[in-house]
Design a protein around this ligand. Structure first.
Ligand code: AMP
Length: 300
């Protein structure tokens, strides 16, 4: 089975109540693939600038992440800056410099076009459409986005949503997409428009909701006494989720539920430290241990 992700590769500048980091490794494609690599090999398509230090991603190559689709263009790598409040669920975007992403036209290498599972990570929806036009019909297309694109490119985003099988968004984005304040009504409304009938709503430190076959499945976030940097939690959730599905190679309801738990387990490690510091040190044993802890947390 093969898994393809198209998304951002970034340098992030992050401030949290626990400290700050300048120009640390980030980006939706990298967080996704680091998490998915615990389950399956991953093929990445993205772009970096001539300022990008490739040695920083050697740990991903060792974990089976294929970066042949990472294009190097002259100019600067995409940069994002964010500040988290004391309530880590609240984040302000301080800047978004698209840089080499501004003129990027994703070219999917021929060997990736037949991917079985595809993750369209959070990037410009116009680029997400271009990706869909180039790939053969995959088994599953999962889409992520963020408020930046909901307010900036809503029409194009709605077009992309029509072609996806699963949409992953957070609670605020769900309300924004539907203009509906009640989250449960917003979920129903989102599932009723043309597009995916399976939705995942991320609620930060309050966990995630899977809506599938008109049923809800709730998973808490793992109770951590120190969450240091939530950046990449959403993308690594998606990586654990889709990586597990790809390994199982089925999309039955029970697999989706376990996948949501694995997604939550990887994401809980991501936030324990800045950037990729915790994910780099993470082992499969630790991940399985946390998956089991979720059983204890929720069974009664
Ligand atoms: P998350 O915390 O999971 O929502 O993802 C944060 C990552 O998304 C950071 O590493 C950023 O580099 C990246 N990011 C933030 N804004 C954008 C954007 N507008 N387009 C693409 N990637 C972005």
């Amino acid at each position: 089975m093969s898994l393809l992700v198209v998304g951002s590769i970034a340098y992030d500048t992050v401030e949290t109540p626990y400290g700050n980091r300048n120009d640390s490794l980030g980006g939706s494609a990298l967080y996704f693939s680091a998490a998915a690599s615990f389950f399956t090999p991953v093929n990445v398509v993205g772009v970096v600038g001539s300022d990008f230090d490739a040695s920083k991603i050697s740990f991903l190559k060792k974990r089976g992440v294929n970066l042949d689709g990472m294009y190097v263009e002259s100019g600067d790598t995409f940069r994002w800056g964010g500040r988290y409040h004391k309530d880590l669920n609240q984040r302000d975007t301080l800047f978004t410099y698209l840089n080499v992403f501004e003129n990027f036209q994703p070219k999917i290498p021929a060997k990736y076009k037949k991917a079985d599972y595809v993750f369209l990570a959070n990037i410009d929806p116009e680029l997400q459409l271009q990706v869909l036009e180039q790939i053969d019909k995959p088994k599953l297309v999962v889409l992520d986005t963020m408020n930046f694109w909901i307010s900036g490119k809503r029409r194009t985003l709605e077009e992309v949503i029509k072609y996806c099988d699963i949409l992953i968004v957070n609670d605020e984005e769900t309300r924004e997409l539907t203009d509906e304040p009640n989250l449960i009504s917003a979920i129903r409304k989102l599932a009723s428009v043309e597009g995916p009938k399976t939705l995942i709503i991320k609620k930060g430190e309050h966990g995630a909701i899977l809506y599938h076959n008109e049923k809800y499945f709730f998973v808490p976030a793992f109770p951590l006494d120190k969450a240091v940097d939530p950046t990449g939690a959403g993308d690594s959730f998606a990586g654990g989720f889709l990586g597990y599905i790809c390994r199982q190679d089925n999309i039955e309801a029970n697999t989706l539920r376990k996948a949501v738990v694995y997604g939550s387990a990887v994401a809980s490690y991501t936030v324990e430290d800045f950037s990729f510091d915790r994910l780099q040190a993470l082992t499969n044993e630790e991940l399985d241990e946390r998956f089991k802890s979720f059983k204890d947390l929720t069974s009664f």
